[in-house]
Design a protein around this ligand. Sequence first.
Ligand SMILES: CCCCC/C=C/C(=O)SCCNC(=O)CCNC(=O)[C@H](O)C(C)(C)COP(=O)(O)OP(=O)(O)OC[C@H]1O[C@@H](n2cnc3c(N)ncnc32)[C@H](O)[C@@H]1OP(=O)(O)O
Ligand SMILES: NC(=O)C1=CN([C@@H]2O[C@H](COP(=O)(O)OP(=O)(O)OC[C@H]3O[C@@H](n4cnc5c(N)ncnc54)[C@H](OP(=O)(O)O)[C@@H]3O)[C@@H](O)[C@H]2O)C=CC1
Length: 311
Amino acid sequence: MVGRGSSVYANDVLGGEVVLVTGGGSGIGLATAWAAVAGGAAGVAIAGRKGHRLEAAAEVLVERGEAEGYDCRILPVVMDIRHLASVESGIATVIDVFGRIDVVVNNAGGQYVSPAEDISPKGWRAVVDTNLTGTWNVLVGVFAALDAAAPDKAALRGLRCVNVVADMWAGMPHMAHSGAARAGVVNLTHTLAVEWARYGIRINAVAPGIIVSSGLDSYPAPVRAALPSIAAACPTGRGGTESEVAAAIIFLASSGASYVNGAVLRVDGGSSLRKGIELSSFFPPHPAIPPYHSAPFLADKYGAFIQASRL
Ligand SMILES: CCCCC/C=C/C(=O)SCCNC(=O)CCNC(=O)[C@H](O)C(C)(C)COP(=O)(O)OP(=O)(O)OC[C@H]1O[C@@H](n2cnc3c(N)ncnc32)[C@H](O)[C@@H]1OP(=O)(O)O
Ligand SMILES: NC(=O)C1=CN([C@@H]2O[C@H](COP(=O)(O)OP(=O)(O)OC[C@H]3O[C@@H](n4cnc5c(N)ncnc54)[C@H](OP(=O)(O)O)[C@@H]3O)[C@@H](O)[C@H]2O)C=CC1
């Protein structure tokens, strides 16, 4: 069954569950929060530092959810993932309101562009604290709260965690802090997938390629200007959309992925297969076959960018 509205999944893929999305006030996180609503979640908590942004996002989710006939409560939670005390207090609020957490999406993150030699100690700490320690804080924060919620670790059973990382396998030039932190999150994902499996927890990761999201707006103009051609160089010929990453996250959170644990799902149109791209560039395109165009499944506001990126 294909879901109604804009869901690519059945409307009960997350039926009655409670989902916490960090960075849920914008971009990929907001698209994930929406996908959870459309997947039948009973409650979606969106966390971030900026209360006004979360309130605005919650309003959008509630309005759209009501318009499409979903029954989901949205909870904006101000939380700075860099600080464990803030994370603990945010998670306590989620559990007070919803009584449980079934899915955690560690999506909050970011970095800035800088030659490695110019990254200051404070800048290094900011990015590593956000992406690596922040993810760790949320994971251990949720674990501790659910452990305390019921005896014998019963509330942990069935917990699913999805960590959003980045394509750093060929290094992340001019983002050394982020590359190192994301590689750390991938290893954390592998480690906890093994260590926490005994509690019935699954933990996986999603690695987006270039996704045309609000996050890119913060990059300097020359970087933004270069993005369409970088995106066009990927085998799929375009940048991805926020909703395409969200769909991968929902899959990993769903029972459809019940035997997937410790995986890193690349959502990058094939762009991480750089060696293959290099080799294939020796062969001209087939004269009779236009480049493969895989259209994103949701119309989105960046359609023009996506088209431009295919030139
Ligand atoms: C080629 C493109 C590939 C694309 C792949 C990935 C794309 C994405 O991930 S897009 C989505 C992510 N969104 C973002 O990256 C935007 C958000 N970015 C941030 O929030 C910051 O980069 C952050 C993680 C460092 C957090 O910033 P903030 O909370 O503002 O940090 P602080 O005020 O605590 O700053 C600490 C320290 O960090 C240095 N610094 C921060 N920003 C910059 C910058 N733009 N340029 C140079 N240095 C920066 C700086 O040292 C700061 O200290 P002070 O100098 O005392 O301000
Ligand atoms: N777009 C892309 O091409 C790619 C994105 N990614 C990753 O995907 C994730 C989502 O990015 P995207 O949606 O594009 O970008 P956004 O910048 O829109 O999303 C980042 C979110 O993280 C939140 N956040 C940042 N720092 C903190 C913090 N300390 N505590 C709590 N929340 C925080 C922000 O909210 P607030 O400011 O309110 O705290 C914001 O909602 C990020 O981890 C990003 O690095 C990875 C590869 C590529």
